[in-house]
Write a protein that binds this ligand. Structure first.
Ligand code: PLP
Length: 373
């Protein structure tokens, strides 16, 4: 077994795909272009106080899963706050966005289901589909014609369509209105992973559906507390009937310890604040357009959009690693993204903007990048 494991690691080292984590606190980062903390909520002092209050009231951990003795009124209050912002009927909070995707697909689908999944959906969706044992069909990225072509080939299955709202490596937004129509026409359930939309898109920060003014109460939305909310955890929101189902069948909810009170209380406050942060969302949008325009002027390949996720596709594992390393030496952190996160040949550095990044920071980054390419 040791030689099997050693060889697997050696292979990825040879392919320049070996990874190890960096101690971020030990690096001298002046401009951090890698964070999903889009609204800088993780450093909001109001939330520190909420977390400390929760620790004083309830302690640092939860004693068990939600269905045993881990459920406090604050868990329910957080769920109500999410339900209200999302304008859905009910919500359950689970351990992470990863658990939410894994759990929704694996608890709902089985061998008589077929899951139509966008080709570049998040890994947790792919893993959930595999765990469910349903048939998995991946349609071309954001290509509704390809989806229709594929969906019409299968009649004897229960159908699910699942997509990221904002794609985590490309930053583009899924054609949700068209997907909603297709789901109605072909009697499929539509699931939207709004991990990168929640807090960032829509006037009130409710996410991609608000942004597109899309109303369809049959859509199940997945979200995370670990990005714009600046904390940790995941949630599922939608019709009462569906949420009740997940409360009873989703194993990551039933068999995993409740999130700690400090996370719950500070997340709820964060969501309350986020819903008022219209100006910050607008600045984030303006800055993302500013960076994309400048990249185009520099003739660099990116993906159209207005979200704070902006890929710069440079191609080549060594190239992206080298540029990321050299930028870091100058105090600018932009991660290199390679296989298996993106397909071979589409290696990139990926910028994630947040409200602490100014246009001046963007210019400093671009001037440094110019010297390296
Ligand atoms: N869905 C998408 C699209 C993501 O980018 C992520 C990111 O990590 C997740 C789900 C998982 O969320 P979490 O970090 O809360 O597990």
């Amino acid at each position: 077994m040791d030689s099997y494991i050693f060889n697997k690691l050696q292979n990825i080292k040879n392919e320049k795909l070996y990874r190890c984590e960096k101690n971020i606190d030990k690096l001298n980062i002046k401009i951090n272009l890698s964070s999903n903390d889009y609204l800088s909520m993780s450093k909001n002092p109001v939330l520190f106080n909420e977390a400390i209050n929760a620790i004083n009231l309830y302690g640092v951990g939860s004693p068990s899963s939600r269905l045993v003795s881990g459920n406090l009124s604050i868990h329910k209050n957080l769920e109500k706050t999410i339900t209200s912002l999302k304008e859905t009927e009910d919500t359950i909070v689970v351990g992470s966005g990863y658990i939410a995707n894994l759990g929704v697909l694996s608890s709902l689908c089985s061998k008589d289901f077929i899951i139509f999944s966008d080709k570049i959906n998040h890994a947790s969706i792919v893993d959930g589909a595999i765990l469910s044992r349903a048939k998995l069909v991946r349609y071309k990225h954001c290509d509704t014609n390809d989806l229709i072509e594929k969906i019409t080939q299968y009649s004897n299955y229960r159908k699910v369509i699942i997509t990221d709202s904002v794609f985590s490596m490309d930053g583009d937004v899924a054609p949700l209105e068209a997907l909603s129509e297709i789901s109605k026409k072909y009697n499929a359930l539509l699931i939207v992973d709004d991990a990168h939309g929640f807090g960032v898109l829509g006037k009130n920060g409710s996410g991609a559906l608000e942004h597109l003014r899309l109303k369809n109460e049959n859509i199940i939305q997945i979200g995370t507390l670990s990005k714009a909310v600046g904390n940790y955890g995941g949630f599922i929101t939608g019709k009462k009937l569906y949420i009740d189902y997940f409360r009873n069948f989703l194993r990551g909810f039933i068999y995993s310890t409740a999130l700690p009170p400090s996370v719950i209380l500070s997340s709820e406050k964060s969501i309350e604040i986020i819903s008022t942060m219209k100006n910050d969302r607008e600045i984030l949008r303006e800055n993302s357009i500013y960076l994309r325009t400048k990249l185009k002027n520099m003739k660099l390949e990116t993906v159209e959009g207005e979200t704070p996720i902006i890929p710069i596709i440079l191609k080549g594992e060594e190239k992206v690693l080298d540029i990321s390393k050299k930028l870091l030496e100058k105090g600018i952190y932009v991660p290199a993204i390679r296989k298996p996160t993106v397909p071979k040949g589409l290696e990139r550095i990926r910028v994630s903007l947040n409200t602490n990044i100014s246009k001046k920071d963007i210019d400093i980054f671009l001037n440094n990048l110019k010297e390296l390419i």
